[in-house]
Design a binder for this molecule. Structure first.
Ligand code: NAP
Length: 294
């Protein structure tokens, strides 16, 4: 293997220690404890584990964590009322609704009801629009974490060519926007299922971010020597040798890509730990903004 592993756990640990210091300072100097409310509707096992991990990270950083669990069969109005209550609650600086919501809920309507100044996931159209035009906003957590990981790999993003595979609203599109901002200054190509020959683009790229949700989307023969590969995918592959009967793999074929790239994120342990970290970062930022304005 040639590539250096970009260890998301280590980077996340370092950043979380800085965030915890920031939380302690804010408490001491301004008497403000950052508070994050996490709303979980229903009992989707993956969502339960994400929510549990977010709460744990929040408490470890010294923040207030408030969990709101609602049954899957509640009326949408009950959820909207809860969000309105949290929007008005001064102890809460960030509100997160765990997605996906159970069938029957209008996700767009629910997300849009979160006050933009508490939208620490960066999913509301107001935040997305502000990001696009370069105004102060909460950057979406996974894309922001991806930029931090590329920087952590040692690659200077400025002037580089980058390919993003995938164009979802939560990963692909915002990653492409963040990479092409003046501060980062990469030249970005977006690929998707309508791209006839993805390898034609990835073979020219210094940075490849793959967020397709399909194992094997990126293989070593598709990338350039010395490139940096960020693998966002999280896919369950049946594996009888594992206690749970499956293992997690990314979208990149790790072995063949690691033989060509200069650095690559593992799955798990790459992008995943950074997503929660950037959520903590945004919650602290939100609390700081409130403290500065009071
Ligand atoms: P998504 O909404 O399903 O979007 C996937 C995108 O990839 C779509 O734009 C799709 O193109 C494109 N795509 C799919 N197969 C492709 C292929 N064979 N070649 C080229 N493009 C292809 O997924 P997502 O929400 O962006 O998530 C992507 C992956 O990242 C998933 O595995 C997800 O679990 C993972 N993820 C991880 C984290 C984390 O924190 N670690 C966070 C978010 C997501 P079209 O638009 O043409 O359909």
């Amino acid at each position: 293997m040639k590539a250096k592993i970009i260890d998301g756990k280590i980077l996340a640990q370092n950043l979380r220690a800085e965030i915890a210091e920031g939380v302690a300072r804010l408490k001491e100097e301004k008497g403000v404890t950052p508070g994050l409310a996490v709303i979980l509707v229903g009992e989707n096992p993956a969502s339960v584990s994400y929510v549990t991990a977010k709460e744990k990270a929040c408490v470890e950083a010294g923040m207030l964590s408030r969990e709101i669990r609602l049954p899957a069969d509640i009326e949408e109005g009950v959820l909207l009322d809860k969000i309105a209550e949290l929007n008005a609650d001064d102890a809460i600086h960030g509100i997160l609704v765990q997605l996906p919501l159970p069938k029957g809920f209008d996700e767009k309507k629910v997300i849009n009801s979160i006050a933009p100044e508490k939208d620490v996931d960066g999913f509301t159209p107001i935040n997305v629009g502000r990001m696009l035009i370069g105004e102060e906003c909460f950057l979406p957590c996974t894309p922001h974490g991806i930029i931090k990981l590329i920087e952590f790999s040692g690659m200077d993003i400025k002037g580089k060519s980058a390919v993003v595979i995938g164009r979802s609203n939560i990963v692909g599109k915002p990653v492409a926007v963040l990479l092409s901002r003046k501060e980062t200054n990469a030249t970005v190509t977006m690929c998707h299922t309508g791209t006839p020959d993805i390898a034609k683009f990835t073979r020219q790229a210094d940075i490849v971010v793959v967020a397709a949700g399909r194992p094997g989307t990126l293989t070593g023969d598709m990338i350039k020597e010395g490139s940096v590969v960020i693998d966002v995918g999280v896919n369950r592959i049946p594996d009888e040798t594992k206690p749970k009967g499956f293992r997690l793999v990314g979208d990149a074929d790790f072995d063949s890509c690691a033989a060509v790239a200069s650095a690559i994120t593992p799955v798990p342990g790459g992008v995943g730990p950074m997503t929660i970290t950037m959520l903590l970062f945004n919650t602290l930022e939100s609390a700081r903004r409130v403290a500065l304005n009071n």
